[in-house]
Design a protein around this ligand. Structure first.
Ligand code: TYD
Ligand code: MG
Length: 483
């Protein structure tokens, strides 16, 4: 059999690459088909294999196909980052040769966290190179001083040229390398600007192949905008082994680190970090921290149990309703989805007799976290109703359930684990979907099944100011409970 000839059509045919989004076009056009920008297409001849760019094998040169069982399994050595919560998130530390992308909005604390981690690994005796394309050496040194890690033995390089970074890595042979951020790197082989998808992809590919060959753990940071677009991290997600996302309002104290993708472990975990004057610190008991400042006996506050990954987190939802002088009345949601809040307000008005159509409604999740789970619906709706009625919910009750458009309280996944978390923090009672009550173990908590929002209000806010009386009173006895 003759060997396959190299595909001639793939050889050095010029394409036109959008300088903004990296979309490739076979022919020149005035407007990019990918992002719609005008006059951004540049002619680009991809380097042919064997010329220009060095080849980027992922394994040692000269290795052909071998039985999988004969492939050396070492190279997957794990080592600690010096932050137990982050280690746990990654499945027990970082893996040599693994590539991790830390994605997050600008200002969320990516550089801070990675500098802390880099310094701890360096202090533990490993070679660590921190490459910054965003900040000067002086800036990073000042930050390191602030974090108290100036003397960790960390190597530093300020560079934006991808080939120069590669050369420095080759030279330093670190066991952990950090590149902050991938969007600032430029490779000479790509005609577009730094941060474009084509550049980001090319630079990441160069570094990734190097990390695999050299068995070095590589951390990249990547910015995402509010809608998770632009800047290329989405392109990167496919290429890297682990994606950690760091969320949280830039001004709030708490940050939620979430493992979005993990080729070395599970993705069902989160870690709560707190930004302080000396960097990010780990919060060992997130639920206790999140509900710690709650004031008992104040109307408009409910505690929900939200599942982040596989971890149940107790969270306070606050609501405030006031008579509105605006038409239509104002609504605002902080830490919760706005549309979800509007839906709950409509359901409260139409299905539960809580007349909110002339009320401004503000909903807030203190601490800067975003609760996106439908299981927080019941608590959110009860917080709104509690503020409207000016009656406080019981301080030792948690509310768990999704609310449907008909005012029904729907089932939620993993109820027992949520109840166990609430019980661990001293809660005594839980309003839960009635349909979930069958065979439920409350874990020491009294679980009260409710099938509708109206019924839940009857339990949680009996006879408050503005209560409609009869429906609640008569329905209050219908609930079933289970301990
Ligand atoms: P940074 O790590 O630069 O964010 P990113 O790299 O994700 O863009 O963090 C920036 C924010 O963190 C900045 O607003 C200041 C705050 N910060 C602290 O509150 N305490 C600290 O010790 C440090 C270093 C930063
Ligand atoms: Mg930064």
């Amino acid at each position: 059999m003759r060997p396959m000839p190299a595909n001639p059509s793939r050889k050095q045919r010029a394409v036109f690459v959008c300088a903004d989004c990296g979309h490739e076009h076979p022919k020149w056009a005035g407007r990019c088909a990918g992002c719609g920008a005008w006059n951004t297409l540049r002619e680009f001849t991809p380097p042919a294999a064997g010329s220009g760019h060095p080849a980027r094998p992922l394994s040692a040169p000269g290795t052909g196909p071998v039985p999988l069982a004969h492939v050396p399994a070492e190279g997957g050595e794990r080592f600690s980052l010096g932050m137990p919560e982050v280690d746990r998130l990654l499945g027990g530390g970082v893996v040599s040769g693994g590539v991790l992308l830390m994605a997050g909005e600008p200002g969320v604390g990516k550089s801070t966290l990675l500098l802390q981690v880099a310094a701890r690994v360096a202090a533990a005796g490993r070679r660590v190179l921190y490459v910054s394309g965003e900040e000067s050496g002086a800036q990073v040194r000042l930050r390191a001083r602030r974090l108290g890690v100036e003397d960790s033995g960390l190597l530093f390089l300020a560079e934006t040229d991808a080939e120069a970074v590669l050369a420095a890595l080759e030279d330093a042979r670190p066991s952990l390398a950090i590149v902050d951020s991938i969007q600032t790197l430029v490779s000479a082989g790509v005609p577009s600007t730094a941060g474009s998808v084509a550049q980001v992809r090319e630079c990441a590919q160069l570094l990734l192949a190097w990390a695999k060959r050299s068995n070095c753990a590589l951390f990249l940071t990547g910015h995402v905008t509010k809608d998770g677009q632009i800047g290329g991290p989405r392109v990167l997600e496919h290429m890297v082994d682990v994606v950690l996302s760091l969320d949280g309002a830039a001004l709030g104290g708490y940050r939620l680190a979430r493992c979005v993708k993990n080729r070395y472990g599970s993705t069902n975990d989160v870690a709560l970090l707190e930004m302080g004057p000396d960097g990010l610190s780990e919060v060992a008991d997130p639920s206790a921290a999140l509900i710690g400042e709650r004031q008992a006996g104040v109307p408009g506050s409910a505690v929900v149990v939200s599942l982040e990954g596989s971890r149940p987190l107790l969270c306070e939802v606050q609501a405030l309703t006031t008579y509105s002088t605006f038409t239509p009345p104002r609504r605002s949601a902080n830490g919760l989805d706005f549309n979800r809040m509007a839906l709950l307000a409509a359901v409260l008005t139409r299905r539960a007799g809580v007349a909110l159509s002339n009320q401004d409604i503000m909903v807030n999740v203190p601490g800067g976290l975003h609760v996106s789970e439908p299981a927080a619906d019941l608590g959110t709706a009860l917080a709104i109703a509690s503020s409207f009625r000016d009656v406080a919910l019981d301080a030792r009750t948690v509310c768990i359930g999704e609310v449907g458009l008909n005012g029904e309280v729907r089932r939620v996944p993993q109820l027992s684990r949520r109840l166990a978390e609430a019980a661990r923090h001293g809660f005594k009672r839980a309003l839960v979907p009635a349909a979930d009550l069958e065979g439920l173990s409350g874990g020491g908590l009294e679980a009260l099944g409710v099938s509708s929002l109206r019924e839940a209000i009857g339990f949680a806010l009996p006879g408050g100011a503005g209560a409609e009386g009869p429906p609640y009173a008569s329905e209050a006895g219908n609930g079933r409970s289970r301990r």
